[in-house]
Design a protein. Structure first.
Length: 542
């Protein structure tokens, strides 16, 4: 196989497991022979592809592959075994660009979803690309396929069950909708939204607050990317009959899993085959070479005529990738046991121990690490001075206890973000608040855009006056606003992130807290402004 030099935008494997197709941002489509690990065709495209999907069954004469266009609603059909022969172009089925494609070999039809939330069914070349006659419905108004459009969302991913009867659609609203495909009726909806998990965290703590905040911030970063979502608390396996979660994989892992593929035991799919080399065990899951030979005796043990049925050997495998990771992760029912301490010898019947992170870093990672170490001090600071219209307020910052919060404050300060901001909320005997560019308490964002997680530290409490703390609208909603207390406020502990203490200029804070305010919104009747903020590097004096 040729090395991949450009980003892959779409990848599909045929239902018989013989062919694989990839499309990339170099405007090419590559077709691979899976069994021989060889590229058999490369098609140069005159458009920017967004995805691909094989739309044929083993009994079809034409190995058709559908490729969608990033910039239009067209779907082009090619013969995968030819040198780029265009068979057909579907132009009027959709009015918006296609976001995902799927093929149902049981019903011999394809399903396409566009960015407007429309779902459409159509046949391959065998039935002249017409509406499939294998379904029990003819008009989409008889189905629930308009539910995405009604919810003002669209599909991120669509997949069919092995039986072809269930269609699962993951929407941009983080809801998973299950349809009975033959009738098009909605049968289940699973809410995986951030609001749902935040509510669960409030009622029943799922994770420690710091870890939940970290994952919540990661989800918001994921929302700004083009990755397809899955659960942010691991991989949930749900029995859709009983409607219960039967397994949760990878919940404690410090990873955000993205794409999933399931390898059932004794898989008959070539692209799900695997070998178990060097583990001291014989695998029931056939390798690619085994399936190519189609030898029935391979279902037997090496030294026995009895079928292999050991649970430790015939184990299902979950294959997945993770956000911002260049690894492929495997979940199985096997446990790493009876492994010698040197890690080189594995006793018979045991599995290999969990591997370590041993990849050679890329040039980009080396440069980034060097740059980060050189600029770490510049992103943080040990102290700051708020120059206000009533005087200066000297603050000692806490970069070691809450580095992300201090980095946010320092970054905004050095960029002049706080210059001209008013103290928009003042409560006598309690605190003074600023950092809102609108001056209303409803504006502002973090240095990275949006919000970021809380950073609570046991040594930083609201146990004294002149504590500098982040204002928020709830857990993990920190932006740019902060406040300075004028009295001990212990009820704010573990609700607001403390990131500094006033060490000089307490009288200025008191002056601001005693200013007359509007009793309806606590806004001062006369503006008190931040003129500028001076920050001092770590180790520098105030």
């Amino acid at each position: 196989m040729l090395p991949i030099l450009r980003a892959i935008l779409g990848l599909s494997v045929s239902c018989d497991g013989e062919l694989a197709c990839s499309v990339g941002d170099d405007k090419t489509a590559k077709v691979f022979d899976v069994i021989n690990f060889d590229m058999i065709s490369m098609m140069k495209l005159d458009f920017s592809p967004s995805g691909c999907c094989f739309i044929y069954t083993p009994k079809d004469e034409v190995t058709a592959v559908a490729i969608s266009d990033q910039d239009s609603s067209k779907i082009r059909i090619f013969d995968a075994r030819s040198k780029g022969e265009l068979l057909h172009t579907i132009e009027k089925l959709h009015e918006a660009p296609i976001v995902c494609l799927a093929f149902n070999p049981v019903y011999e039809c394809a399903l396409s979803a566009d960015s407007d939330g429309m779902l459409e069914c159509w046949s391959g070349p065998k039935n002249n690309y017409n509406f499939p006659q294998t379904l029990k419905w003819q008009y989409k108004s008889d189905t629930d396929f308009y539910c995405l459009l009604a919810a003002k969302t669209f599909a991120f991913s669509v997949v069919f069950s092995p039986s072809g009867e269930i269609l699962a659609v993951l929407g941009a609203d983080r809801k998973i909708r299950l349809f009975r495909f033959s009738t098009g009726k909605l049968i289940r909806v699973y809410d995986e939204s951030l609001q749902q998990y935040s509510n669960l965290q409030q009622t029943k703590q799922l994770l420690p607050s710091m870890e939940f905040g970290r994952r919540l911030a990661q989800e918001k970063e994921l929302d700004r990317s083009e990755f397809k979502h899955s659960c942010n608390l691991g991989i949930k396996i749900i029995n859709i009959i009983s409607n219960r979660v039967v397994r949760n994989l990878g919940g404690p892992e410090n990873l955000r899993f993205i794409q999933l593929a399931f390898i059932p035991p004794r898989s008959s799919s070539i692209f799900y085959g695997s070998t178990n080399i060097g583990s001291g065990t014989s695998s029931c899951v056939p390798s690619l070479e085994m399936l190519a030979m189609a030898n029935d005796s391979l279902t037997m043990n090496n030294n026995s005529s009895t079928p292999c049925n050991s649970a430790a050997v015939c184990t299902p495998v979950m294959v997945c990738t993770a956000f911002k990771k260049n690894r492929i992760y495997l979940f199985t029912n096997r446990e790493p046991h009876d492994v010698k301490s040197d890690g080189d010898t594995v006793t018979p019947g045991s599995t290999a121990e969990r591997d370590v992170f041993n990849e050679k870093p890329t040039k980009e990672e080396v440069l980034a690490a060097t740059r980060d170490s050189a600029t770490a001090a510049s992103r943080l600071a040990g102290s700051a001075i708020l120059h206000t219209t009533l005087g200066d307020i000297h603050i000692r910052l806490c970069p070691r206890e809450c580095p992300r919060t201090v980095e946010n404050f320092v970054g905004h300060s050095r960029a002049g973000y706080y210059n001209g901001h008013i103290f928009h909320r003042v409560i006598k005997g309690f605190m003074v608040q600023t950092g809102c560019p609108l001056g209303t308490g409803t504006g502002g964002e973090s240095l990275w855009g949006g919000e970021f997680e809380d950073e609570f530290h046991p040594s930083l409490r609201h146990d004294r006056p002149y504590t500098v703390s982040m204002a928020n609208a709830g857990p993990n909603t920190n932006g740019s606003q902060f406040f300075i207390t004028v009295a001990p406020t212990p009820w704010l502990d573990n609700k607001h992130t403390v990131f500094g203490r006033v060490i000089k200029g307490m009288e200025v804070v008191q002056k601001i807290s005693n200013i007359k305010t509007n009793p309806k919104n606590d806004k001062p009747l006369e503006d008190v402004n931040i003129i500028s903020v001076t920050v001092k590097d770590l180790g520098a004096g105030i």
